[in-house]
Design a protein around this ligand. Sequence first.
Ligand SMILES: [Zn+2]
Length: 281
Amino acid sequence: MASMFIRFPEGKLKAFTVSYDDGIESDIPLAQMLRARGMKGTFNISSRLYAPEDHVYPAGTTHRKLKLSARTAAYEGMEVAIHGATHPFLEQLPGALCVQEILEDRIGLEKEFGCIVRGMAYPFGSWSDDVLETLRLCGVSYARTTRATHSFRLPANWLLLDPTCHHDDPALFELAEKFVNGSPLATSSHAPWMFYVWGHTYEFEQKNNWDRMEKLLDLVAGKEDVWYAANGEIRDYAEAYRSLVFAADGHMVHNPSAVKVWFEYNGAVYSVEPGSTCTLW
Ligand SMILES: [Zn+2]
């Protein structure tokens, strides 16, 4: 029986990523916590929703949008992704307005941050078949839902990217321990693991549980077998793997992508340089 599984860069078997929504002031300390541990995350924000420069929130407000002038520095080294230009229920909108929400957010964020933006999280976690089609046409490469899988599997459809769990999920630390101490090689599939945590940073203030996130990041940080990456990096790498071209009998492989790709084939680990062809047996 032939078997083939994607491996992450450097042949790694695990990846860790986080995804936080809405462009909140308390994204700043989370991004700092990630940077300090050599980790990366994705922040899903609406290009048109931010606090006016002179705005002062009433004391005790936890949902405080970042000011536009603060956003570039806040997300330095992180991935910024689409969340709808005005955070609508996308599936309720007429098609043209749905297109506008996605495209306007994408164009706005690309101008604001000076990079290509292709990731997304569904506002309110809701979608429809028409929304999925819109995302495809607007060049969105992945979109995160709010459905917890309690698993580490890569999605079959990146436009329905289900997270492992929310940071307040009662199973969070059980999953973290399994991720850190376990191995996909101990399972029958050998498919690599992606531990994916999502939430809103204002929830840390509302529940006064920043220590929960700190504990999670400390548990997962600094592991040699873990790839710490933003959502889009993992998606793009998975796409590079998917684009590998194999000979009909599997003895040769060509990598047409711009990145080195690793995989496990019949129990052995291989890597193929970008643009090159190699013989496997
Ligand atoms: Zn949101």
